[in-house]
Design a protein around this ligand. Sequence first.
Ligand code: FUB
Length: 321
Amino acid sequence: MKKARYLFPNDYMADPSAHVFNEKLYIYPSHDWDSNVVENDKGDHFNMKDYHAFSMDDINGPIKNHGKILDLKDIQWASKQLWDSDVAFKNNTYYLYFSAKDRDGIFRIGIATSKDPVGPFIPSPDPVPGSFSIDPCLFEDDNNFYMYFGGLWGGQLEKYRNNIYDNNNELPGNSSPALGPKIAKMRDDMSGFAESPKDILIIDQNGESIAQGDTDRRFFEASWMHKYKNKYYFSYSTGDTHKICYATGDNPYGPFVFQGIILTPVIGWTTHHSILEFKNKWYLFHHDCLPSNGITWLRSMKVIELEYNYNGSIKTIQGSR
Ligand code: FUB
């Protein structure tokens, strides 16, 4: 697959999180729509109100829309903005973790469960205790699940220090170490964190922290973790420089050494992805705004093959493909 395939031209779907369950490929995107909210730096125009699930038997075959799996109006604690989500399978249950604003306008991470990968998912009455910010990614390693999360600006990550919110907090200075995403091991029952969220450190090849002002390389949002040949690949969006980059480490907590660019900028402001192996090939799921003629908040999900070099580095993919 040398050219990206738009997966669902009938509607706008973004932030695709892809997983294989029972040998089938499932995709959990955000569902974009035009809510007439004016665009701003806080992302208020991403005003999503439900989630859908998709499945495929083959990467080149038909894609099935399983319809709505969760609706904002059924989530007691949430007020708006159903942003990026992810799904994990454990204890014979599918757990959907999702970003949403609570009634005070603070992003939290919600949880909903189902016995079926395509729902419907039943939301818990409260968000995951101690959760904050956006973009959960669930990663399984040695029978443990970890959640990676966090996002700057609209995602509110810079408002936290030591996991505590203070509206007076701002981004560190340009030469300070960049704010990192968070990681927390999940409890066995998947209902919450088994530990306080910890900072993920991204360093350069000399062991120095990537600086906050290094906007071409510092973390912004869209955490994803995958493992390839026993290495841990942490990938993320650089936000206002619009790249998907990656850094590698020896364990789920890092530190992770910056390696390079996976995806150059796509049409649109946001870029967000997932990476997985399916039937012995690796794929990058992502989105762009080409089908909506560049309307930032109307994004379309895509997939393209991802390839490694012999030394384990990832071949950069052009966002225009
Ligand atoms: O879809 C809303 C937000 O846009 C996501 O949570 C971010 O990662 C960005 O893609």
